[in-house]
Design a protein around this ligand. Structure first.
Ligand code: FPP
Length: 272
């Protein structure tokens, strides 16, 4: 039986898209062709998220550590991102998808920066799924720079720190915490992706390589999420009060987003 915290649908889905290189190598192809095939899966999963009314979809496209890859592969990826953003803008507008790119921008090339600014500007009024592409992204760097910013401001009081931290880290525009994190490609790690935001995420790992990831796999991950018992550290009574579930969940979300006072928050020593 599901607990009182049963929530069948995730509001925020995040995906670590892994396995493009292996997909290509197994076919005797260049790794960059694996990334091209991966772009098709991106298109499909965005479409599926729109159909299922997922509020936020965050895709890990390029980590800060991916700069260590061969220069040719990095260049191919940057061109692919640029092309994807330019060609998908019209579709995103049509489907009400708002697009934002999270991560550092100062190391990206001009054509890609222009494509990012173009898609963000053109889709900013989208009221459907919010698509966030993480490019040159590191969760630890994001946390560190938020802390540095708050320390520099000096005016932030210690008790207000968690609330400000939450607000600042999700500022552009704000996103709820991750409910469901999917990683393809068989690895079982977070790889410096959304570490703060995934505090209570349900993790689903699949061996499927990203270019092969399809609607059926996405549905399977959503079904797995629906079966999970989300307790947020609490004990669930065996005969739950009918109204308690949503309250508890909203409570946790509110605290995460910094909309409750820090006295009652995680940072003030509440049980995990
Ligand atoms: C990891 O797989 C994948 C990446 C570093 C790039 C992700 C990029 C895409 C899915 C391309 C399309 C994206 C957009 C936004 C258009 P890997 O290549 O490391 O796979 P491997 O572990 O098999 O080598």
């Amino acid at each position: 039986m599901q607990s009182s915290l049963y929530c069948p649908f995730p509001q925020h889905v995040a995906i670590i898209m892994d396995g493009n290189g292996r997909w290509a190598t197994r076919r005797g192809l260049d790794r960059s062709l694996g990334h091209r095939a991966g772009a098709r899966s991106v298109r499909d999963v965005v479409e599926a998220a729109v159909e299922k009314c997922i509020s936020v979809l965050t895709l890990y496209a390029f980590s800060a550590d991916n700069w260590r890859r061969p220069r040719r592969e990095v260049a191919a990826l940057m061109r692919l991102f640029e092309r994807y953003l330019m060609t998908e803008t019209a579709n995103c507008i049509a489907y009400g998808v708002r697009v934002n790119v999270i991560g550092r921008r100062d190391r990206l090339n001009c054509p890609l920066l222009e494509a990012i600014e173009h898609v963000e500007r053109r889709t900013q009024d989208g009221r459907g799924t919010h698509l966030r592409l993480a490019v040159d992204y590191s969760a630890r760097a994001a946390i560190l720079s938020t802390v540095q910013q708050l320390v520099r401001e000096k005016t932030v009081h210690a008790t207000d720190f968690l609330a400000r931290m939450n607000r600042t880290i999700h500022s552009d525009p704000p996103a709820p915490p991750v409910d469901l994190l999917i990683r393809t490609g068989g690895e079982r790690r977070l790889s410096d992706f959304l570490l703060w935001e995934c505090a209570y995420a349900e993790l689903v790992f699949t061996d499927r390589l990203w270019p092969d990831f399809d609607d059926g796999d996405f549905d399977a991950a959503l079904a797995e999420f629906a079966r999970r018992d989300r307790r947020y550290g609490r004990v669930i009574p065996s005969t739950p009060a009918p109204t308690s579930g949503a309250g508890v969940e909203q409570d946790v979300v509110a605290e995460y987003q910094g909309t409750v006072s820090d006295e009652s928050s995680v940072g003030a020593g509440r049980a995990y």
